[in-house]
Design a protein around this ligand. Structure first.
Ligand SMILES: [Zn+2]
Length: 285
């Protein structure tokens, strides 16, 4: 069993992790990639925190959901649709959605990364939440806005989607088969997330701060917070890292690095789920 989060972000332990036998075994996302597991985890947590009104609107908005080929998808839950923006990217011309799922905020400065035409993770959450809450929009527009919001709130809380340093480098994970070409970003999205979720699902308990309507710029605030965590957990423990130094791969992520990442990833997934519910409850009244 993984240790409970103990790194004391903001001094509050608002997320508890429990060993709930069998939940993962019955989870419909098995067989998907682990990136999808992270997104489905966020969506499943959010679904447990929705108001009755938001639950009903989600059900209605997903009633005629379409897959990436514009065919009826049969998908009815937030977890089912949580990776749709990744799916449409796979079949779109290269570069169509470049930068939409991230924002390259430097971890060594206060500046924010570029956001060309509003196409970056925090601004797209804000934009799509506005479409979602607007009854004058078409059902299809609101359906797609829902799918973007669900996915991007998860992405924003993955540390390297909100804070980066230099170019992505090649890494190897101690104790794991060497997979040539694996980058630091891929390791955080997939291998480290898989390790963090092994054994027990994340169970998030909302404190009052997660039940009020979020501020208009809340996604940008969440992104700035995540950037700090990227610095603290992705880069500071990385061999050879200091602000101004050039990073060279491949770098070995040793067992200590991996173990440190697990409680953070669990806490981020839980936090993303609670904040996603905050957004949806405010938009779908
Ligand atoms: Zn994504």
């Amino acid at each position: 069993m993984l240790p409970a989060p103990a790194h004391g972000i903001a001094g509050t332990l608002w997320l508890r992790t429990l060993l709930v036998g069998g939940l993962l075994a019955s989870c419909p996302v098995l067989g998907w990639s682990w990136g999808k597991l992270g997104h489905a985890t966020v969506a499943e947590i959010a679904a447990t925190q929705l108001t009755p009104a938001a639950t009903e609107q989600v059900r209605s908005l997903l009633k005629n959901d379409l897959d990436r080929d514009q065919q009826p998808s049969g998908r009815t839950t937030l977890a089912h649709i949580a990776s749709w923006p990744d799916e449409i990217r796979e079949i779109a011309p290269a570069g169509t959605y470049k930068g939409w799922h991230t924002r390259a905020n430097p971890v060594c400065s206060e500046a924010l990364g570029a956001c060309t035409d509003g196409h970056c993770v925090d601004q797209l959450i804000i934009h799509n939440a506005q479409i979602l809450q607007d009854p004058a929009q078409t059902p299809r527009a609101r359906n797609e806005a829902l799918k973007w919001v669900v996915h991007l709130v998860g992405d924003l809380h993955m540390p390297m989607h909100s804070g980066v340093y230099g170019k992505d480098i090649q890494v190897n994970l101690e104790g794991q088969p060497t997979r040539p070409g694996t980058t630091l970003h891929q390791a955080w999205d997939n291998s480290l997330t898989k390790l963090a979720l092994a054994g027990s699902p994340v169970v998030a308990t909302p404190l009052p701060e997660f039940t009020s309507a979020p501020a208009a710029d809340a996604p940008t605030q969440w992104m700035r917070e995540t950037r700090l965590l990227s610095r603290q957990f992705v880069y500071d423990p990385l061999p050879g890292f200091s602000c101004g130094a050039e990073l060279h791969g491949p770098v070995v992520l040793d067992l200590g690095y991996q173990q440190q990442s697990a409680p953070l990833i669990r806490e981020q997934l839980g936090k993303a789920g609670l904040r996603l519910a905050q957004l949806l409850n405010a938009a779908l009244r």
